[in-house]
Write a protein that binds this ligand. Structure first.
Ligand SMILES: Nc1ncnc2c1ncn2[C@H]1C[C@H](O)[C@@H](COP(=O)(O)OP(=O)(O)O)O1
Ligand SMILES: [Mg+2]
Length: 213
């Protein structure tokens, strides 16, 4: 998406009188939650191909915004360079803008990498809507480390190195696992065994999505 388009959406979606956000009010929303390297992105790609959902990865959105050189990207980069957390509202507004942009063509939305903590889930529901399903992509921490180290050989991602991987895993167990417990209370969590081969994992994912209709 060009940055001109993005900033236009940014202005529109934050205007209180604008009808645009209504377009996503009834959208089918799936949260995809799992540790780094558990296979979220891999499964989301397959869901896009089979079901026509739109895949929105919060990390990809942030990285794309930085790469675009836009004003918002520059602000994000400055925050990230200082080693500070990107504000919750910024990530959420980016997701919301991307959802509005795709509302007419999408069968539903896969929200990957968000919420990272319970508070983010609550804010999402206030500003956008409630998820119909939470796919809990579950792999052992040894498996995640192994996959990330391998991904790091080609991903070019600065965070795919042993030291950062440990930190990301710690944060995942501390902050993100409570998200799963929170939504278990609502009965929308489907646990997916991501230790299996990609296609076998996808068979479980498909069953969970088919169960939505
Ligand atoms: N079921 C599976 N079996 C083996 N490798 C897998 C796998 N699912 C994903 N991978 C590989 C692909 C990537 O190189 C790496 C991390 O996957 P990913 O989809 O990028 O994870 P995430 O988006 O959860 O961080 O592991
Ligand atoms: Mg990913």
């Amino acid at each position: 998406m060009g940055q001109g388009c993005f900033s236009a959406l940014w202005r529109r979606s934050t205007h209180p009188a604008d009808p645009q956000p209504d377009k996503i009010k009834d959208a089918k929303i799936i949260f995809v939650v799992g540790g780094p390297g558990s296979g979220k992105g891999t499964q989301c790609e397959k869901v896009v191909a089979k079901y026509g959902y739109t895949h929105l990865s919060s990390g990809d959105l942030l990285r794309a915004e930085v790469a675009s050189g836009s004003e918002r990207g520059k602000q994000l980069q400055a925050i990230m360079q200082k080693g500070e957390l990107v504000p919750l509202d910024t990530v959420l507004d980016m997701i919301k803008d991307a959802m509005i942009a795709k509302a007419d063509v999408s069968k539903g939305f896969l929200i990957d990498g968000y919420p990272r903590e319970v508070k983010q889930g609550e804010e999402f529901e206030k500003k956008i809507g409630a998820p119909a399903l939470l796919l809990y992509v579950d792999a052992k921490s040894e498996t995640m480390v192994k996959r990330l180290m391998k991904r790091g050989e080609t991903s070019g991602r600065a965070d795919d190195n042993e030291e950062t991987i440990k930190k990301r895993l710690d944060l995942y167990y501390k902050a993100t696992e409570p998200v799963i417990t929170f939504y278990e209370g609502r009965g929308i969590v489907r646990k997916i065994n991501s230790e299996l081969a990609v296609d076998d994992v996808f068979a479980e994912v498909s069953k969970a999505i088919d169960g939505l209709k």
